[in-house]
Design a protein around this ligand. Structure first.
Ligand code: ATP
Ligand code: MG
Length: 431
């Protein structure tokens, strides 16, 4: 207030001097008139500058402040400099903020920020998808009004976040397993991280199944063997029966040996993620080996056909390719009843791909089993497969061999009519 009055002093002094000069050199009235004019002019300038400042303070969008009149010009200049500095700071903060948001959006995990009332302050797109949140609609809603699963509500409200909480999210096509964990941060806020652990869970379940299956498959022949051993040990059997029991024990021993060998083959294949080498394998030689094995296995019970349409070389690992082909042929023979037929063919198609296919007139496989055939220990009909001595590892081995050779395994089958298993090798593996 006082400084405002002080600012008037120079104007009043100036007006006084102008008045005195006017009075001395012109006329009395003109002197007064000049003094009044100077006061009015000063007030006018002050008024204009004040209005500009007023408009600016009210934020009406003046982008550049300029004033006329000494002290005003200086004030405006200083203001202008402060504003320019602030604008730059704001732009930088905005850029940084945008980068943070972009980084959070790029995260493969869901992120939700909650305030001290458990209200959603922000979340990324993955979190929206995982928790069925719509950020625009649900912002500042309490999260447990939206995610209403009791275990989650209890977790958030109990405020004990040492352990994560696991939720199963039912989807239209498949359900997903989500792991959520909250981490407290500034002013009682919480950051909730959401991870999709469906694949991890599946892998863990597969590992558990695998151990259970191996143990089971080992225990069965062992139990049978020990039963025979006990009989032979405790009973005084005639030599023929003894020999018969020993042979049965030998069969069980072989079964266990096959299982262990298949497991080792699988383990080796799985440990080796490199593509198979490009060794030249003569297909006519390979077919002759397969043919001999097939006749030995079938023992004249099936009509067997072998077609070597394109006698070329395949580039790969011979031991692996032979084991994959033999598995397909032995499956066809073992699962096809007597008098059925099995056709084994090798040809190169118009795209230059090598195709090894085995067609049988066996029982066929219904479509729901087909995607699961290459799982370890998967058998369509466990009881019949046991009769034929299978453990369900053959097609798992075939799948691994195929992937090491960039080949594709195609299964076509009609229930009651038969199946065709084809291994299709890319042109780069044919010479
Ligand atoms: P292994 O090959 O380890 O001795 P397996 O033959 O039972 O045992 P896979 O070769 O992996 O195992 O085959 C899996 C299952 O697929 C078999 O148990 C059988 O039920 C089914 N299957 C495979 N080939 C045929 C086929 N040609 N016709 C009908 N079913 C088949
Ligand atoms: Mg098999």
């Amino acid at each position: 207030m006082l400084s405002g009055f002080l600012r008037l002093i120079p104007i009043l002094v100036l007006a006084g001097i102008a008045g005195l000069i006017g009075e001395a050199f012109l006329a009395d009235e003109l002197g007064w008139l000049l003094a009044v004019f100077i006061i009015v002019l000063s007030l006018f300038i002050a008024y204009v500058n004040q209005s500009r400042l007023d408009v600016f303070v009210k934020g009406a969008g003046i982008s550049h402040l300029s004033g006329f009149g000494g002290a005003w010009a200086e004030i405006f200049f200083k203001l202008q400099r402060i504003i320019t500095g602030l604008r730059k700071d704001i732009e930088q903060i905005e850029r940084q903020h945008k980068r943070f948001i972009e980084a959070f959006q790029a995260s493969p995990n869901g992120i939700v920020m909650l305030d001290d009332q458990d209200q959603i302050e922000w979340c990324n797109a993955i979190a929206e998808q995982f928790l069925s949140i719509q950020f625009k609609r649900d912002v500042l809603q309490r999260i447990h009004y939206i995610v209403r699963r009791p275990e989650f509500v209890q977790y958030i409200t109990a405020r004990k976040y040492d352990e994560p909480v696991v939720l199963e999210k039912m989807g239209a096509n498949a359900s997903r397993i989500l792991r959520l964990q909250a981490f407290p941060f500034s002013e009682n806020r919480r950051l909730v991280l959401i991870q999709d652990i469906t694949d991890l869970n599946k892998a863990e379940a597969m590992r558990r199944d695998f151990v259970a299956n191996v143990s089971h498959e080992m225990r069965t022949p062992l139990t049978v063997m020990m039963g025979f051993l006990e009989t032979v040990q405790t009973l005084d059997l005639p030599p023929e029966q003894n020999a018969q029991y020993l042979e049965m024990m030998m069969d069980q021993g072989k079964r266990m040996k096959n299982l262990v060998e298949d497991l080792l083959t699988l383990a080796n294949l799985e440990a080796n993620s490199q593509p198979a080498p490009l060794n030249s394998i003569s297909m006519s030689y390979l077919m002759s080996l397969i043919k001999n094995d097939a006749y030995a296995l079938s023992q004249g019970k099936h009509a067997l056909n072998f077609n070597l349409n394109t006698p070329c070389n395949l580039l790969g690992e011979e031991r692996e390719v032979l084991s994959a082909f033999s598995n397909l042929v032995s499956n066809a023979i073992r699962y096809t009843p007597e008098v059925g037929s099995v056709t084994v063919s090798w040809s190169v198609n118009s795209a230059g791909e090598g195709e090894f296919s085995v067609t049988d007139t066996g029982p066929g496989i219904s479509s729901e089993h087909i995607p699961r055939l290459t799982e370890r220990f998967y058998r369509v009909d466990r009881s019949r497969s046991r009769e034929t001595g299978g453990t369900g590892l053959g097609l798992a081995i075939v799948k691994h061999v195929a992937s090491r050779h960039q080949a594709q395994l195609v299964v076509e089958s009609t229930l009651g009519k038969g199946s065709t298993f084809t291994l299709r090798f890319p042109p780069e593996r044919i010479s």
